[in-house]
Design a protein. Structure first.
Length: 473
């Protein structure tokens, strides 16, 4: 099926860019033109900021009930245009239509949860009698909007990750200027259109387009908070450009899944496959390293291979396709190169690993060294790298020695081991009898070390996107 080419708006649904440059968005599977967006100039970024300031000056005084109403109205618009959004996501970044539909459902939930959270941004009242001169004084603690939020998002979840920034920002009373990935900007542009249809005030939510230059223009602009999801190198550059502006950054992961001898192996196999090969392995919390206890390594690997070899790859627009392409040829070549280097270091390829354009056959590697290229850095691609272990404490130490610390999954029913992994793993989240890619929209999500700064998850992000004010009377 051929989807229509889309021309996306920039800055707001009613404005177009003065720039003559445009970004062509192409389907990663067959290279067909999916749409195009104009590149926003630095001057246009500043103009967007001026409109955002004007809109937020009034909106900051809005009631939680109004903010909730706006977010629910946008969620309703997403529901009304769900199939169009899903096909746009599928077409622009290559995830399967089934995965895209799931993302659209999650985005609706994220916005509704954000609206609910808006009504719970309550303050505190503390008596000051504990300090000298405070016997008759009361401290009132309230939370106020930060102002204008810059939101820079990646290609892999172009709708829901934007909603994870937009929803809490609006719930807190802020305005938002979003800069989506140039590889997948169409869903963000559609969301901006839908916000206008939902009755949002002009200037409250705007979208600018472009690559690194536009991102830096937004970071250098006098915004009040920068929320970024992407890689560590880009995160460092944006943090340096933004100066003292508060930053929330989710910078990826190199996440492990541990399987212990008492685990439900069928469930663990299904989780390993689902949490690695979803969107062709291009998720920040995907299973990058599979740690199998020696006692179950052979049996688990056999079951894993039986399932992996049956994964149907191909056109993501077809309902029967289980796994689509990676985002572009460069990404596919990088995955292929890391597999080759890892094999040269002594690993054994058990399945897949071949490449045809942007399609990489789901790969399983065994005897992978701890420092092998495929797991030394975050690999955005459909590759499972198996590590064997006997001592859980030693396996934990090996993971903790890495640069990332986003999430981890552990399959075991041994309560003592649950406590050990939960306590000792240097990560932001530990999922028990679940994969590391599990995420609930309202729960804090984020990591330590190179995995980021701060947390997402609508309730905690709402607080992160607010200023604390104390009045003592």
């Amino acid at each position: 099926m051929t989807l229509p080419v889309q021309t996306a708006p920039t800055l707001s649904p009613t404005l177009s860019s003065a720039s003559a440059a445009a970004i062509e968005v192409r389907n990663p599977f067959d290279g067909a033109l999916a749409g195009e967006v104009p590149v926003s100039t630095g001057a246009e970024v500043l103009a967007a900021l001026a409109r955002a300031r004007k809109a937020q000056a009034d909106f900051r005084h809005s009631t939680p009930a109004l903010r909730r109403k706006l977010l629910e109205a946008l969620a309703a618009q997403i529901a009304a245009h769900a199939e169009e959004l899903a096909r746009t996501i599928c077409n622009e970044m290559g995830k399967t239509i089934t995965e895209a539909r799931n993302e659209v459902r999650r985005a609706q939930n994220t916005l509704r949860l954000s609206g609910d959270a808006a009504t719970f941004l309550d303050g505190e009242a503390l008596h000051c009698a504990i300090v000298e001169g405070g016997a008759d004084r009361l401290a009132t603690i309230t939370y106020q909007p930060v102002g204008v939020v810059g939101a820079i998002t990646p290609f892999n979840y172009p709708l829901n990750l934007l909603c994870h920034k937009l929803g809490p920002a609006i719930a807190a009373g802020n305005a938002v200027i979003a800069k989506p990935s140039p590889k997948a900007p169409l869903a963000a542009a559609m969301l901006c259109d839908l916000a206008a249809k939902a009755g949002w005030p002009d200037g409250l939510f705007q979208v600018v387009h472009g690559g690194a230059a536009t991102a830096l223009s937004l970071a250098r602009a006098p915004i009040d908070l920068l929320s970024f999801t992407g890689g560590p190198a880009a995160g460092l550059a944006l943090k340096a450009a933004s100066g003292l502006v508060r930053c929330l950054m989710e910078l990826g992961g190199n996440d492990p899944l541990f399987v212990l001898p008492d685990a439900d192996l069928d469930r663990a196999v299904a989780t390993a496959i689902g949490h690695r090969f979803e969107i062709a392995g291009q998720s920040c919390a995907a299973v990058k390293k599979l740690y199998l206890h020696e006692d179950i390594e052979e049996e688990f690997t056999a079951r894993l291979l039986a399932e992996v070899t049956g994964i149907r790859t191909g056109d993501p627009r077809q309902a029967e396709t289980v796994m689509g392409p990676v985002i572009d040829e460069a990404a596919a070549a990088l995955v292929e190169s890391r597999i080759s280097q890892t094999l040269a270091d002594g690993a054994k390829l058990l399945a897949g690993g071949t490449r045809e354009g942007t399609l990489v056959a789901p790969a399983v590697l065994r005897n992978v060294a701890a420092g092998a290229p495929v797991i030394a850095e975050e690999t955005f691609g459909p590759v499972i790298a198996i590590r064997s272990f006997r001592d859980p404490a030693a396996a934990i130490c090996e993971v903790n020695a890495g640069d990332y610390g986003l999430q981890a999954g552990v399959f075991t029913n041994d309560h003592a081991l649950v406590k050990l992994f939960s306590r000792e793993l240097a990560v932001g989240g530990v999922m028990i009898n679940e994969g590391p890619d599990f995420r609930a929209e309202h729960v804090p999500f984020g990591g330590i070390k190179r995995s980021g700064l701060g947390r997402e998850g609508v309730r905690i992000t709402l607080r992160e996107m607010s200023e604390t004010k104390v009045v003592i009377d």
